[in-house]
Design a protein around this ligand. Structure first.
Ligand code: F6R
Ligand code: MG
Ligand code: MG
Length: 364
């Protein structure tokens, strides 16, 4: 039996370059220098999507490990110091506290972690998105693990024919429920079709109980009680040999779905799959975008990445996303481009209502 490896993806926006569009290369270098040589880690990879720095780490310390979380907290603090000196935009925006409290969860950064026994061969994909929210993964996760029109293996691979269990979180009431699919699909869709509140946290193989995917489910705006930044999410997915094939995991992104989080966290837009070279949101601070990096693990060593959405087979998806974006932008301040009142992260409603209160007349 091989030893257990933990794969942690921890991300934060600690300052944008320029505005909220990207991360300055010096911040990425700073993050690398903080992680380099750490005796806690087997390996690491530092990257960014939009204005978020993503730390991809492998180690043997398990999930929620205090030392690992402290290392990432200190890395983000060092990057924040640099961002402040460089006067980068919104420096330190995702760090909600000055003092580390033992677990980075709840302190601002997004966290997705899983511990597993490395298989004979362990292909994994790290999905990272900007200008959206954790529920953005609901639709693709459902397609990967429960939709036979997406994942042929659900029908024709005996190793996955029994389906998957979905751990779904209620972000408002802080509770969870597990759905066994395919039986529970209709019930589950009642909840996960509302991605602003219900998020698929993790997916497990039903026969073996093995973890297949996990995502970050922080809601920074709710945690802080006010808007600070979006909770641009990450998700780890293990693929092949009884899990969905790599191509089945990537397939849902061929049809860009609408997500919340574009401009001021208050608009919906298509989630555009992009390669690393194109992951700097621009138009109307977007459109929201997702990157997928693949690694083959070898005793925890991260061999990669493969930049999947760079592939020309996603050109059509980008074209579709841009068409949808073009259409939605014409709606300007009208719903459904602008989010419903209770979903917007920016609003002038209280001030404007106060100003106009004498002009409102009750109707009999
Ligand atoms: C931030 C984001 C942006 C900002 C917008 C306004 O991740 O998505 O759309 O919300 O640029 O930013 P401020 O209020 O900082 O000027
Ligand atoms: Mg930002
Ligand atoms: Mg961001």
């Amino acid at each position: 039996m091989s030893k257990k490896i933990t794969l942690s993806v921890i991300k934060a926006d600690v300052g944008g370059y320029v505005g909220h569009s990207s991360v300055h290369p010096e911040l990425l270098e700073k993050a690398r220098s903080m992680l380099s040589g750490s005796p806690l880690l087997i390996d690491y990879h530092v990257t960014h999507v939009g204005d978020d720095i993503n730390l991809i780490l492998t180690h043997e310390a398990g999930c929620d490990n205090e030392e690992i979380h402290k290392l990432t907290w200190e890395t983000f603090l060092a990057c924040t110091d640099l961002a402040k000196r460089m006067k980068l935009y919104g420096a330190g925006q995702d760090l909600l506290s000055d003092a580390f409290s033992g677990n980075i969860k709840g302190m601002g950064p997004g966290v997705a972690e899983m511990e597993f026994e490395e298989r004979k061969s362990e292909p994994v994909v790290i999905f990272m998105a900007d200008k959206t929210e954790p529920g953005a993964w609901n639709f693709p996760s459902y397609k990967m693990f429960a939709d036979p029109f997406n994942t042929a293996g659900l029908v024709i691979d005996p190793k996955m024919h029994n389906g998957f269990n979905f751990d779904v979180r209620d972000l408002v009431k802080h509770r969870k429920v597990v759905f066994s699919c395919p039986e529970d699909i209709y019930d589950m869709l009642v909840f996960i079709g509302a991605p602003g509140r219900f998020c698929i946290k993790s997916v497990y193989h039903r026969d073996t109980g093995e973890i297949c995917s996990t995502s970050s489910t922080q809601r920074l705006n709710l945690m802080a009680g006010r808007y600070i930044g979006k909770d641009d999410p990450v998700m780890i997915v293990r693929t092949q040999s009884g899990f969905p094939a790599l191509g089945e995991v990537l397939e849902p992104f061929a049809n860009p779905h609408l997500v919340s989080g574009w401009m001021r966290g208050s608009h919906s837009g298509p989630l555009m799959p992009v390669g690393l070279d194109n992951n700097n949101p621009t138009r109307f601070d977007g459109p929201p975008r997702a990157t997928a990096l693949g690694f083959q693990l070898a005793e925890g060593k991260l061999q990669g990445p493969q930049d999947f959405f760079k592939d020309p087979s996603y050109d059509k998806a980008r074209e579709t996303a841009n068409e949808i974006a073009q259409y939605l932008r014409r709606l300007g301040p009208f719903e459904p481009h602008r989010l419903h009142l209770d979903e917007m992260e920016y609003t002038s409603m209280p001030e404007v209502s106060e100003k106009l209160k004498s002009r409102f007349v009750d109707l009999l």
